[in-house]
Ligand binder design. Sequence first.
Ligand code: AKB
Length: 305
Amino acid sequence: MNRILITGALGQIGTLLCQSLSNDPDNFILATDIRKPIKNTQYDFVQADVLDYKFFVKLVTEHRINTIYHLVSILSANGEHDPFGTWNLNIQSFQNIVRLGKEYKIKRIFWPSSIAVYGKDISPILAPQQTEMNPETIYGITKLAGEKLMNYYKIKYGLDIRSIRLPGVISINAAGGGTTDFAVEMLNCALNKDKYTCYLLPNTRLPMIYIEDAINAIKALMKTNFKNNERIYSYNVMGYSLTPKIWADAIINKGYKLEVDYKPDYRQIIADGWPQTVDDKLANSIWGWAPKYNIEKTLSDILKS
Ligand code: AKB
């Protein structure tokens, strides 16, 4: 049986990942978050701060946890308001999870990295899987540090930590504090008949993925039997790339009235430092990654509910 602990379980990815993993009778799920859920969950939930190592030791031992999905993170835009706090939370929580992995023989850990590991010196089209990386946000720096630590701990302690570099994730709920949140915010404005003021210029192009594809990617990655060196990567994945203008037009084409004006702020500089598309061939060739959702399918799926 997989006895799974999830941190950041009430976040954009955590909410759906917990539901999806809990549908499998072979999985026991212990969801944790710093916040309390607003409604009852179909799986066990404990309010907990992942910086509290001792409390997590208790959770891991009491529930005989053997797998961890560590999703807690301060994202790119929020991170810029508090670089010290962002380093502390993103890195110290990572270290706590790794330490649990080592001390309590956790068999597999998932931790998401991000396209924020790239900086504006990268070629913006099909950013390569492996290249020199110069992130320009504290969030990106913590993600790059996490990627390096993953490999360090693999060599040092033989830990099995798996990772993908997520682009902007699209779902009905925004991640909160990310630079790619405009897509979800715009969608919600269309549904609520509100006007949307976009903080990025209309033609800013960024890589995106629909939440269903992101969840499928995480699950596929965690099931793969890797050969030795294949585990060292945080794999690039993406569904499609879009601009605020393309996304607004696609929503309007679905019959929604949507008025958007554009007032770029500090997030424009962050977005300008990220690639427009990433090269995800390696994920495809090693563990069969292939997205199922394009822009049209994403919108149809979100709007049907
Ligand atoms: C953000 O915008 O910060 C995140 C990301 C791309 O990692 N969605």
